[in-house]
Ligand binder design. Sequence first.
Ligand SMILES: Nc1ncnc2c1ncn2[C@@H]1O[C@H](COP(=O)(O)OP(=O)(O)OP(=O)(O)O)[C@@H](O)[C@H]1O
Ligand SMILES: [Mg+2]
Length: 327
Amino acid sequence: MSQELTTLIEPRSEEGFVETKHIRDITNRAMAFIKSGFPLHFRGVSGTGKTTLAMHLAAKIGRPVVLIHGDEEFSTSDLVGGEYGYRVKKVVDNFIHSVLKTEEDMTRRWVDNRLTVACKYGFTLIYDEFNRSRPEANNILLSVLQEKMMDLPVAREGDDYLKVDPDFTTIFTSNPEEYAGTHKTQDALRDRMITLDLDHFDRDSEVGITSSKAQMTKKNAEKIVDVVRGFRETGEYEFAPTIRACIMIAKVVKTRKASISARDEIFQQICLDILTSETSRIGIRQDQGNAKKIIVSLIEKHCNTNGFLVRTKSDKKKVPVSTAKAA
Ligand SMILES: Nc1ncnc2c1ncn2[C@@H]1O[C@H](COP(=O)(O)OP(=O)(O)OP(=O)(O)O)[C@@H](O)[C@H]1O
Ligand SMILES: [Mg+2]
């Protein structure tokens, strides 16, 4: 008899999940593909909300979630199962996290891994960044997705194959193939899933997410988002700044009690630190010089509130930062 040891995740959207028209639209399109019985694949650059959306969809589906992160070291047995020595057995039930029975033994026996468990019980499988695993490790998915059958190795006593439960659903995410540490997906696998290409969020969603994650007013979040989006539009970087930059700036601003104003040097410094480093792989000062100038001018454009005029060099001398902050 095979054993199971799989951590199930409660199907729940992440805390502070924001649903704007843009996000609802993606969710509805994705849900229609899932309801039509197709594996779904969110593809996009870093920070486009793939993992968060996958969890949100899983919450809508409502079945327990099995989460796998793609890994260079993965082999098929990491997905399907293998023979292990020491085992603590948990009997998995539909009740999340509840363990009905545990027992320990020292004999080598077959242990089902996450993919097998998800197929058997009809759980939702989120295979995050699946193209970080080597393509041959993912070959097992070809028959699972197409024939709804999983070939089982001889070592696992019992049937030669497992019939996939009709409730089994798959959501894949991946970064573009040119990203470091990713593999090219085999055509046959890519052809079995419906891919939704995600781009950076729209302004409304970025404001909503920044405000929700940093617990900041929308008005303040807007200023940060406009600086980040303005920088994104310039193309003066190696990697486009993402929503993560907005969230980071907002959180650090709160920690440092800085004001979101062109007059606040701390705020400027936070923006410069986060935006120049997030968008380049190697911190070459020369290259960052231009980016810094752009960021400072964007801050002056978008964060020049409270009736302050754009700060010029001469007015910088006249108005100490502390005064500006108090004003
Ligand atoms: N709808 C949303 N509501 C609230 N926060 C969100 C939402 N979508 C994304 N986020 C936040 O934005 C950030 C990036 O999202 P996420 O991690 O899902 O991106 P990703 O595309 O999976 O990135 P990567 O490719 O780097 O893994 C996270 O901090 C996440 O919490
Ligand atoms: Mg992710």
